[in-house]
Write a new protein. Sequence first.
Length: 564
Amino acid sequence: MTSRSTPRRGHSLAILAVFTLLASLATSGCLPRGDAPAGRQILADKTVTLLGLVPANGDGIVRVLFFRPGKDADNYNLWVLAVDPNGGPSSERMLFTDIDYGLVLGYRPSATSGGFPMDSQGRVYMSQFINLGPGDSVEMVKRADPVTGEVVDVPQMNVASPSWYPTGRLPYVQYNYSGAPLTFDQNGGVTIPDVSTYLFVGSTAFYVTTDGGLFRLDVNGTSQQLATGVATWLPCSDQTLLITRAAAGADGTGSPPPSNPFGGPPPPPAQVTAALLDTATLVETPLPDGPLYQNGAQPSPSGRFLVVSQQNDDPNAGQDPSTPYNTTVLVDSLTGTIEPLGREFQFQGNWRPGHDELWGSLYDPNGTGLVTDSSLTIKKPGQPVVVIPGVYFSGFNSDGTYWLSRGAGFNAQESSDLVGVADDPAGPRFPAVPTGSTLNYQWTVADERMIDLASVGLDSYNNYYVQIVDPRNGATQLVGELGYLSAVGQTRALGIYHVSYLRGDLTTSDYATGRSTVLASEFAMAAVAEPQGDDLYAPGARIVYQYVARFDSPWDGLWMTTVP
């Protein structure tokens, strides 16, 4: 016989309390399953979209950039949240209004993208095209200071600033300015009336005036003339510039020869002289005549060697690909020696970072689609080339310790990249990514391993993998899948994995132990970390992330925690 017990009064009260709690949650919003997100909630608002962090300015306040809906479904506004990390009151300020919805979608933060341009002072730049009528529009640029809230219009067509790029360093990009007045916004606000071209190396501006004067402008607005009669110029290192001048009797422009619209060889180039200019001592080292320095050059890591083009004197030049109008040569700026280079260096040669070694391969040279028909050619100045058959070179890691090559045939959609030690190019190569996938990005971390982001196909995050590989022995360690990396540091990484409907598990991973910790499960949409010096994701650093549950929840909004 079975017995039936009568519930005690305390048990009944407990059941009633549970039903009361569930009813309360039903009216206030449903809590997701699992633990609460890590850290503390700094903004309870389901409508916000995280953009990024403002660089610290020493006042101890953490400033978070985020979007809120604007005047309608097609527009968003950009806000800044000033957070006291010690738990004090926060404040909000709106910076930009009516930002196109497409721009908001295009700036989801990750380890490979960082949002709107921001300068070293933390000021944010935003540009939009304003329609003036049929077929006519103008780009309007605004700059906002998240600390003071000041928003100003920036007349883009006459303001030069390194702020358009996150690093603030543009060593190989020049802007042709056609002799108009130009204001150097972050270099003392100085306006130069007749700038022809300009660029930035770090925060220092360099510009050439219409009469060929080459000048340097520091952050305080102090200008120094470096050379005269300059036609073209290019940084070879932080201290050295390659400059050209029109030779006597030339057309005086030093510009590349125009193409011939009727075919045949182009007209002879303007005759120029070239030199390397030491911007510290202002000493010029002449370069040998002949190469077309005015067409540009590819300097070696030391700055001593230059890859430049040279006009081909073969009477059959331009008639077929084997005899192009211009050939490629290697110039030793110290000795004046000129060495010819093969076709593999004409368009795809790469200097090995930190080494004066030129590496190159021809893409599918025989049209078979087989990698085995390709080869790697390595050229060290003054030495014969070294050829490694059966491989196709595709790049280096950041410091040149490792090299990457294609593992699958040229006809395969996925490249199945391989990695090896660059000091031993004929040595073993190991899978850098899972076979049948493609390497998208790679970072070298403190223990000399590489962390990779790989993908299979083009289906968003559904087929993304994050893994660590040791190029020295091929050992691999899976970090996460079905997601992407939010931050990569020297010892740790932050990612959002198992993404579904733009949400996933916010996870921090330790390279040394292989341990991963979920900071927010299921519903993390974006995350950013505050750099600590050169480490972009260091222990103890702050993390700000966005949490949006499937249904309304009091946990929705922005959260802040620290890297464990």
